[in-house]
Design a binder for this molecule. Structure first.
Ligand SMILES: CC(C)(O)CC(=O)SCCNC(=O)CCNC(=O)[C@H](O)C(C)(C)COP(=O)(O)OP(=O)(O)OC[C@H]1O[C@@H](n2cnc3c(N)ncnc32)[C@H](O)[C@@H]1OP(=O)(O)O
Length: 258
């Protein structure tokens, strides 16, 4: 499908989605967020795609929601159109793993989009922030909830209340990003991680995603019970037999997603 504000490249088993509004530092306008949700759904439904990478440009992953588009809207406008609601729900429900490859600014909705992804690989030049306070609003795509769970209350309050930016090193120390790579190597490193995931059993990968995400939604004991059931259930798959046999036979597993 042809898109106006994103570019989708399918390489082997991985869909690489590039946000592409360089003139506005990939600010999330209604076209971009809708096209992103559509492209992610398409990738989720495409049997050839086993992992997804979302990235932006070197200067900006995304500088947040499009302020020019939002500035004149009233409460009634954003309430009635449920600004960001439908598209974000689609993105949150994608079952395949999504890596955010972040270079440059990931601010406001850009930081929130990266946090919806399953993990973040950051370039050395990455900067994260929730500067909505400077615009007289609060984050609206989960920033107050996800950032707090990821980096803790004190740092999350600092980021949201002051609107300051966090560099890649602080983001890694805080657990917001899984690793930092040289800026020029961001896409190759993210694609290599995605290809590694794509080699695994997709039933196992989806179960892992579901179980880790469950930890945000439930109590520790419920989460552990869910994990144990998930672990037991995978013994009903051919891929568990193959994975364990391959280890014992000292060979690489050939998973069939069954
Ligand atoms: C999703 C919600 C609900 O959580 C809410 C939000 O996300 S609100 C938005 C939060 N984001 C911000 O407040 C960041 C706004 N941008 C900046 O502070 C700066 O642009 C910068 C620090 C990221 C980069 O600064 P600089 O290098 O000086 O570049 P600029 O000249 O400012 O920007 C270039 C160009 O891009 C336009 N731009 C940047 N960000 C946005 C945006 N969020 N919405 C719309 N347009 C944006 C900027 O206006 C410039 O375009 P021109 O004015 O030159 O046409």
């Amino acid at each position: 499908m042809a898109y106006e504000t994103i570019i989708v490249e399918n390489e082997d088993d991985v869909a690489l989605i590039r946000l592409n509004r360089p003139e506005a530092l990939n600010a999330l306008n209604s076209t971009l967020i809708t096209e992103l949700a559509d492209a992610l759904s398409e990738a989720d439904n495409n049997d050839k795609v086993r992992c997804i990478v979302i990235t932006g440009s070197e200067k900006a992953f995304a500088a947040g929601a499009d302020i020019k588009e939002m500035a004149e809207k009233s409460f009634v406008d954003v309430y009635n159109e449920d600004l960001f609601g439908a598209q974000v729900q689609v993105i949150e429900r994608i079952r395949k793993p999504i890596i955010a490859a972040v270079s440059g600014y990931a601010l406001g909705g850009g930081c929130e989009l990266a946090m919806i992804c399953d993990f973040i690989i950051a370039a050395e030049n990455a900067k994260f922030g929730q500067p909505e306070v400077n615009l007289g609003v609060v984050a609206g795509i989960g920033g107050t909830q996800r950032l707090t769970r990821i980096i803790g209350k004190s740092k999350a309050m600092d980021m949201h209340l002051t609107g300051r930016f966090m560099d890649a090193a602080e983001a890694e120390r805080s657990g917001l990003v899984s690793r930092i790579v040289p800026t020029a190597k961001l896409i190759p490193e993210a694609m290599a991680a995605a290809r590694k995931i794509a080699e695994k059993s997709q039933i196992t990968v989806r179960t892992i995603k579901e179980a880790v995400n469950r930890s945000y939604e439930t109590t520790l004991s419920e989460g552990i019970r869910f994990e144990r059931r998930a672990f037991h259930s995978l013994f009903g798959t051919e891929d568990q037999k193959e994975g364990m046999a391959a280890f014992l036979e000292k060979r690489e597993p050939q998973f069939r997603d069954r």
